[in-house]
Every structure is written in C-alpha cells, then in structure tokens.
Ligand binder design. Structure first.
Ligand SMILES: [Zn+2]
Length: 159
C-alpha cells in the first residue's frame, strides 16, 4: 500500500469510528462542515497527513462528534464545499478589495459573521469591479472580518 492509500484507509477508519453508521458510504453522509479556518501552526489530518494548513472542523449530526480534517481530504473523500470556501478566502487574503465568492458569503452568513444585509450586499456587488467609495469600504470591512474569523479561531476559542 502506498502513502496515499494508507492515508485514505486511515481516514475512512477514523470517520467510521466516530459515526453511527458502520459503512463508509453511509457514515460519510453524517458529517457537516462546522467550521473552516487557516492555521499558522500546522495540524495533522485525521488521515495522518501533516502538515495541514487549511483546516475543516467536521461535525456529526447524529452523535455531535467532531473531527479535524484537511481541506484536501474533505474535498477528495467527503465531497463537502470547503474547497470553494478556501478558494474564496485565499482570493481576499491576497487582495481585500476583491469580492468574496458566493460559497464563502453564504457560509459567513450562516456562521453569523455577516448580517443578512451584508450577505445581500456581497452577492449583489460581487460582479462589480467599480464600486462607490462607500461600497468599496464596506466590501473590505466584510472581507477583513471574514478573514479574521477564519484565522486560527478554533485553536483560540478552544484554549
Ligand atoms: Zn487527510
């Protein structure tokens, strides 16, 4: 078995251990994306891979167990939308005057980081390159808030 196969095997085993269902096809459906964030200090994925920088905290909707899995594994094996959210975060981290993408906007609103008004503002203006000065400031303000909420927050709130 190569590294990738053994990591996959380990991830499946660890997820099933934390699930109600005992088969992978059923077990993986029990998991939701609870939180995503970018970590400065590398962590280890449930599959054993380290370092992981783009962290997904998953939550089981039946038994409320949680699991820390890297974005790559979530994308490859669980099929949740974390890759779109991380792509959105990377984009505004590079340039905070860029628009937040739709997946990240909706996620930020669900988390309560941005209001319904701000969500609508983001969605309505995301195609616009030319914003008024006030709109531009609002966009940057939203971006910086979302970035702050997705940088090492889990570790901070856990300690
Ligand atoms: Zn992994």
């Amino acid at each position: 078995m190569n590294d990738e196969q053994s990591n996959r095997f380990r991830l499946i085993k660890e997820i099933i251990m934390r699930s109600v269902a005992k088969t992978w096809d059923e077990a993986k459906l029990e998991w939701d994306l609870k939180h995503v964030y970018r970590e400065d200090e590398p962590l280890t994925c449930l599959c054993g891979h380290s370092p992981i920088i783009e962290i997904c905290v998953l939550s089981n909707r039946h038994n409320y167990k949680s699991a820390i899995v890297g974005n790559v594994c979530v994308m490859k094996f669980l099929g949740l939308e974390s890759d779109l959210i991380f792509a959105g975060l990377r984009r505004v981290a590079k340039d905070s005057s860029k628009a937040l993408n739709e997946a990240t906007t909706i996620y930020a609103n669900e988390q309560g980081w941005i209001t319904d008004w701000e969500k609508n503002f983001s969605l309505d203006t995301k195609q616009k390159r030319k914003l008024s000065e006030k709109q531009g400031q609002k966009r940057v303000e939203i971006n910086l808030r979302v970035l702050a909420k997705t940088t090492n927050t889990y570790r901070r709130s856990a300690s």
